[in-house]
Design a protein around this ligand. Sequence first.
Ligand code: NDP
Length: 283
Amino acid sequence: MAGAVRTRVAVVTGGNKGIGFEVVKSLCRLFPGDVLLTARNESLGRAAVASLEQTGLKPQFFQLDITDQTSIASLAAHLSHKYGGLDVLVNNAGIMFGRSSTATFEEQVKATMKVNFWANLNVCKTFFPLLHPHSRVVNVSSMLGSTALNKCAKDIKTRITAPDITLDELENLMKQFETDVSSGTYSQAWPETAYGVSKIGMTTMSLIQQRVLDREGKTDVVVNACCPGWCRTDMGGQKAISSAEEGADTIVYLATLPPEVMSPRGQLVTRRKIKPWTKGSVL
Ligand code: NDP
């Protein structure tokens, strides 16, 4: 229909609880379009949508397990068919093993890398071709990635922070971490943190993605990584200093950056401020 305004759409992964749920809530109020609350568990996702509906908000539900390529492809088809693409992507889903876990370090590395790095990367690879001009992508990382980076061997840190590192190179480094852990030879090169290294991958991936999108000439598509801060969620625990709502603030800020924004762009951001990625820090 001539002159029809298309409906914009935002997707949040891991939206059934914690920070992701707060991001959905906030986007429902601030984002001028449909907000898709996605969750790997359908009943948890639908319950989260129902609880927001009780407050007058109207998120939509779509099942998405980011480790399942069929599930990713199914959402991609839905986005293409219903919206002709995608306007906001919040890669929030993630896992972290607790201190009390009995899983071996190798098991923790495999499982954590699978979700936090490889699955988020696959989501991006599938959804990026759908991004409309002026889209915003937020990759939820962590300052623990920066801390881990500073504990890597010098040659690895140099390669990861090289301004011309490619996605292939990053993928090879992340594979190398997993291989080194499996063969028991990691300790000279990598810190003993599955979560920290997975978030090295998440942050570095984001900086590379912005460069690639710019090279491809995408119009005002902006990718940033962020740390929500230490938040009271199932992952962060109840002693954390910030609420999940406070953690969502930087994510929503980045998801709603105005058109033609010059900064932040391809950065790591926490508390709405750009954080030099190599510095490492506490939350
Ligand atoms: P929660 O554990 O509370 O929530 C994690 C969410 O991710 C859940 O919805 C979970 O679903 C979902 N998820 C996990 N695996 C998958 C998958 N394969 N497919 C789809 N969804 C999945 O964590 P937070 O809310 O605290 O964390 C959100 C993000 O913020 C994470 O990326 C985390 O690393 C990051 N972060 C959190 C900090 C904190 O202090 N809380 C600090 C720094 C970063 P389900 O309910 O089914 O398990």
